[in-house]
Ligand binder design. Structure first.
Ligand SMILES: Nc1ncnc2c1ncn2[C@@H]1O[C@H](COP(=O)(O)OP(=O)(O)OP(=O)(O)O)[C@@H](O)[C@H]1O
Ligand SMILES: [Mg+2]
Length: 302
């Protein structure tokens, strides 16, 4: 049986003056799932999650949370939290003050705030003595974890991540992807994650929604998106060849990453052309064959 729907967008449209950023979006987000929204720059990903967290109102359509319309419910009254791409930490405050901030504005007393901050430092593998450390003295990856800890501080039901790892180097990104996935398993919360990278989406998510110019082109699990009859998925994989996924789960994922399961590898000319098309569509291509070998040795556990 499918888990219950926590968030539902019904015919949601968002206009900025004459410009329509989102056209008639319909999407269900299930309780406890890890949903990733992938799409090129300007396709409306941030706009959509700003509506979901309550930072903006839709021009048309309805947003439901647990079956109730929440179009006009302000952000601080929703059980949601967002981790911004820029992290938006307070630079002159300590790690502890940053993590405790959402609790402080909700009137939680100091002793309980401190206890919760320590719990979160443990959860995110940061030493407890970082509590008093200035946030600007932390590395990029540590700051990323502080932003995550702050998002988790008041125990939101749904967490939104707007490309939180895009500024980090490859190694750190891979490590944090793994941690995010682990965190999702540990907490059992609903995660909605935005990225440009289909590879990142394939590694982490239960379901993937592909956005194109203000609408959702395709939604499905990693396996569904591997079906060869889906032309958009084929274009996004961008090798000019359909992927034939022969096994469930992990085999499907690693196959999709390689791009040519059960296929002859296309010629160099065709691969270059496909990469060019990916680039023109604003989609980050899969790594080349050397990258693939490296990736396969670091297989995700999901
Ligand atoms: N406040 C605004 N006023 C006018 N146009 C806006 C506003 N916010 C977003 N837009 C437009 O809406 C479109 C979608 O923007 P959005 O930020 O959602 O894209 P995105 O998919 O998140 O892109 P990126 O991957 O680059 O972050 C863009 O063309 C953008 O210019
Ligand atoms: Mg964005």
């Amino acid at each position: 049986m499918a888990p219950p729907v926590v968030l539902r967008l019904e015919n949601v449209t968002k206009r900025f003056g004459l410009f329509t950023a989102l056209h008639d979006i319909n999407l269900d987000i299930y309780d406890g799932e890890f949903l990733t929204i992938v799409g090129p720059s300007g396709s409306g990903k941030t706009t959509m999650i700003r509506l979901l967290v309550g930072m903006d109102e839709p021009s048309e359509g309805l947003i439901y949370l647990d079956g109730k319309v929440i179009n006009r419910v302000p952000a601080n009254k929703r059980p949601t939290c967002m981790v911004f791409q820029s992290l938006a930490l307070f630079p002159h405050r300590t790690v502890g003050q940053n993590i405790e901030f959402p609790l402080k504005i909700r009137g939680v007393d100091e002793r309980r705030r401190r206890a919760r901050a320590n719990e979160l430092l443990d959860l995110l593998h940061l030493p407890r003595d970082y509590y008093g450390k200035g946030v600007m003295q932390c590395s990029g990856g540590e700051r990323q974890r502080v932003a995550l800890a702050r998002a988790l501080a008041f125990d939101p039901e749904i967490l939104f991540f707007d490309e939180p790892l895009s500024a980090l180097d490859y190694r750190l990104r891979k490590a944090l992807e793994k941690e995010l996935k682990q965190l999702h398993r540990q907490t059992g919360k609903t995660f909605v994650y935005i990225t440009h990278s289909l590879e990142e989406a394939m590694v982490m998510s239960d379901r993937i929604a592909i956005m194109r110019t203000g609408s959702i082109a395709q939604v499905g699990t990693r396996r569904n998106l591997c079906q060869p009859e889906k032309p958009l998925r084929r274009r996004i994989h961008g090798r000019g060849q359909p992927v034939r996924c022969r096994g469930p789960g992990r085999r499907a994922v690693s196959g999709a990453r390689r791009g040519y399961v059960g296929q002859r590898r296309p010629s160099r000319y065709r691969r270059r052309r496909a990469r060019h098309l990916d680039g023109a569509a604003g989609i980050r291509p899969f790594p080349d064959s050397r990258g693939c070998r490296r990736l396969r040795s670091q297989r995700p556990d999901g």
